[in-house]
Design a protein around this ligand. Sequence first.
Ligand SMILES: Nc1ncnc2c1ncn2[C@@H]1O[C@H](COP(=O)(O)OP(=O)(O)OP(=O)(O)O)[C@@H](O)[C@H]1O
Ligand SMILES: [Mg+2]
Length: 217
Amino acid sequence: MIRLSHIEKTYFGKGNETHALKNVNLKIQDNELCAIMGASGSGKSTLLHIIGAMDDVTGGSYLYNDIPVSKLSKKDLHGFRKKYVSFVFQNFALIERYSVYENLEVPLLARSVKKRKHIIEDAAERVGISDLLRKYPSELSGGQQQRCAIARALIADTELLLCDEPTGALDSENSIKIMDEIAKIHRTGKTIIIVTHDDEVAHRCDRIIRITDGCIL
Ligand SMILES: Nc1ncnc2c1ncn2[C@@H]1O[C@H](COP(=O)(O)OP(=O)(O)OP(=O)(O)O)[C@@H](O)[C@H]1O
Ligand SMILES: [Mg+2]
């Protein structure tokens, strides 16, 4: 499903360059549940952003089934993301001026889904934020914001789910609950990639991809 060949990613800063990914070759099958592990700064988020077509590559090619993602125009990339990818960002990326309910509504409005209330309430229940739907992101704890970001990704219901440290802000009870939800989604046939520092999360995955200093081991 995902085929990365000789991927390079360099960030060009003011007078400096960071080679975040170096000659990355990676294949991920349809319906795999993969973990990506590695030290801070090793390139995990960069890799996930590239897989999610959130960021372009400096070199190499990315094929998603038969779609040449690394060659798509900006407009086509937008369409690709909307159709295939949901993302739980490391910094949650909730819309601050929207309530929790409205944040969860975004992917449904994007797909012009008419009956939204039941879907939103169901996802909120699954991640344990039913009592927070009227609140705003700035009124939530880090763990509550994280669960809101996860609920939004569940609602998006795409064939590829990418999670950047989805349990990083959670206590162990909530981490288990979230991993149970992710396992349920996996059983419905989705492909899921989880960046994590947590061994317990990684060991619930089919495969652990390890990355060191921009290279896959
Ligand atoms: N937008 C950017 N501009 C410049 N350098 C960047 C940018 N984003 C990431 N980097 C650099 O690229 C390297 C990889 O960063 P990345 O965010 O992928 O690491 P990570 O493995 O996700 O780390 P963490 O576990 O701390 O989240 C780091 O050296 C980082 O400083
Ligand atoms: Mg990261």
